[in-house]
Design a protein around this ligand. Structure first.
Ligand code: AMP
Length: 589
């Protein structure tokens, strides 16, 4: 990168004194136990995310401050103060107690971004229940897989989602004892056999409820993430993670009391929980939540009308805004917007610069993943941006580039610009504490004191990190991590499919689209009609968020001699790239 493309910050760029003003000094003096003292805690050394996020505010000076403004098309804005949010979360917590749901048991939530989703997360945590929000665009299979892996006992969902994605599959989720229904639209039916009406239960429950005295190491949240093979992995997060949410809300998002914050991520993905729920509430700011899907006009309108000051979004959204063109944005003004950050996929330099041109602010890329529970590497307001770089490790985070060696050890890569695997020194509070029921896979993610992220990156001489790619075959589409195995398995369930291999095909807007290659069983002929049928089959089972957008037929798929489908080779052939090392390719593949 030449020095002229660096975006230099001046005092004028900073409308408020940044929370992280002296990078080296803050990193040198930062110590997690000291940061933890900013948390209120509960008597006897207990720590509960819900108490930190909302319970304590509802009894303090922020009582009457707006915690959330929920937006939805054609509906009035629904605002909840910290006090009201605490009351509703407490009611939900009481509902769980009434149903006999105990500490450590699992609550799943499958809903769009409606208020009930947010108060169920908080009320569940308040009860000491382990909460797992699922993305509402998942189809029945990813939902059932996750509920079963997590041994879900309670599910909160809407009438519409229940009918479309749960009812017929419910027998396949034997641990699920209670389904609590919310009407998706006014007048929706919640008197469905085998379910309970959440609104009725909430109305009958007391609006006060003590907070479960969870320990910092008690499991709080379960976020599923995808790997290359096998079922999704349930990353276990604990109540103590709240210290990272607090520190990163302060340093990476630069939250100040008077901010209006908009995190566009859905709580079905870790960003939407850590930063759509926990971090902004910890800092006592007002958050905007929009129920609708992306729409350029709508989004500019929200930034303007809601007077958003700190915006946390994703590269796909930025690229969609870029694509929508400059004319739309001219109709809007964002005088209050002071900081924009993005996460989840590589943020191309053009997108960083587009922000500067169109919003008057560059986009600040940051990096983290489900397993890290919170932002680890970031571009923060006070510091120069090198467009295309993810930034530098935050205070309390030690990062490195490493090379894996035989026998499981790693060697640090010291040379600036040399590629290796991004590793983090274990021990930050929001580090995942396990993959549910998969101790071996968890252990394999570590080498000594280093957690190995599975991402390839470089570090430059100034300590900035640059994303190179994934070390495995997982796919990032519109910021969502998709496991090829889950897609292949769904395709294989179709009577015509003999084998399936799934790759991420580069796409200028959403990063990658899911593309599947299938070979057919004897007696089936490839045809356009069958291709459409397979696309429909996958979409019905997996949901729009996971299903392939493209399917191609091949006479057979390339496999290694040990029988594994060589996705890497499928991808190279698709893109016309060199095939690389194919020494393990089975003859004829
Ligand atoms: P998830 O666990 O679903 O949040 O996905 C995490 C993965 O997304 C990381 O391991 C990276 O591969 C990718 N990712 C997250 N943030 C960035 C970023 N700023 N630049 C490039 N890739 C990113």
């Amino acid at each position: 990168m030449d020095a002229s493309s660096i975006i230099r910050k001046t005092a004028i760029d900073l409308r408020l004194a940044p929370n992280l003003a002296d990078y080296e000094r803050e990193r040198a003096r930062f110590f997690w136990p000291v940061a933890g003292r900013e948390l209120a805690g509960l008597p006897g050394g207990a720590l509960n995310i819900a108490w930190e996020a909302v319970g304590r505010h509802a009894r303090g000076p922020l009582r009457d401050k707006i915690a959330y403004r929920f937006l939805a098309r054609d509906r009035p804005v629904r605002s909840l103060t910290y006090e009201k949010l605490a009351e509703l979360s407490s009611r939900f917590c009481q509902v769980l107690r009434l149903l006999g749901v105990k500490k450590g048991e699992r609550l799943f939530i499958l809903a769009g971004r409606i208020p009930e989703l947010y108060l169920a997360v908080l009320g569940g945590l308040q009860n000491g229940t382990v909460v797992s929000p699922l993305f509402s665009a998942f189809g029945p299979e990813p939902i059932a897989t996750r509920v079963n892996l997590g041994e879900g006992r309670v599910l909160v969902t809407t009438d519409a989602l229940y009918e479309r994605k749960i009812a017929k599959w419910r027998d396949g989720m034997p641990t699920l004892k209670h389904v609590l229904l919310v009407a998706e639209e006014e007048g929706g039916r919640t008197d469905v056999a085998g379910t309970l009406d959440l609104a009725t239960l909430m109305a009958q429950a007391p609006g006060e409820c003590d907070t479960a005295p969870t320990a910092a190491d008690d499991m709080a949240l379960l976020h599923f993430t995808s790997g290359t093979t096998g079922t999704p992995k349930g990353a276990v997060h604990v109540h103590g993670a709240v210290a990272t949410h607090w520190a990163t809300g302060k340093y990476a998002l630069d939250l100040h009391d008077e901010d209006v914050f908009w995190c566009t991520a859905d709580p079905g993905w870790v960003t939407g929980t850590s930063y759509g729920i926990v971090a902004p509430l910890l800092h006592g700011v007002t958050s905007v939540v929009d129920r609708e899907e992306f729409d350029a006009e709508r989004w500019y309108g929200i930034l303007q009308d809601e007077k958003v000051s700190v915006w946390y979004t994703a590269p796909t959204a930025i690229r969609m805004l870029m694509k929508a063109g400059a004319d739309i944005v001219k109709k809007y003004a964002f005088p209050g917007l002071r900081f924009v950050a993005s996460v989840g996929e590589p943020l191309n330099p053009e997108a960083v610069l587009w922000g500067k041109e169109v919003l008057g602010l560059p986009i600040h890329d940051n990096w983290w993943q489900t397993e890290t529970g919170g932002i680890m590497i970031a571009n923060t307001p006070a510091f120069d941006i090198k467009p295309g770089s993810m930034g530098r490790p935050l205070p309390g985070i030690e990062a490195a580039i490493v090379e894996r060696r035989e026998g499981g050890s790693v060697k640090l890569v010291e040379t600036p610009g040399k590629e290796g695997e991004l590793a983090l020194k274990a021990g930050w509070p929001s580090m995942f504490r396990g993959y549910l029921n998969n101790e071996e896979r968890y252990r394999k993610s570590f080498s000594g004191e280093w957690y190995l992220t599975g991402d390839l990156a470089t570090r430059d001489a100034d300590g900035y990190y640059w994303f190179v790619g994934r070390a495995d075959d997982v796919i990032k589409s519109a910021g969502h991590l998709i496991g090829p195995f889950e897609v292949e398995s769904a395709l294989m369930e179709h009577a015509a499919v003999a084998e399936a291999g799934v790759i991420g095909k580069p796409d200028p807007v959403v990063g990658e689209v899911v593309k599947a290659f299938v070979s057919l069983k004897k007696g089936f002929e490839e045809s356009e009609a069958l291709r459409m049928e397979l696309l429909g089959h996958a979409r019905k089972r997996l949901g729009a968020a996971v299903a392939p957008k493209e399917i191609a037929f091949l006479p057979s798929l390339p496999r290694t001699r040990s029988g594994k489908i060589m996705r890497r080779l499928l991808k190279a052939r698709e893109l016309g790239l060199p095939e690389g090392d194919i020494s393990t390719l089975e003859a004829g593949g």
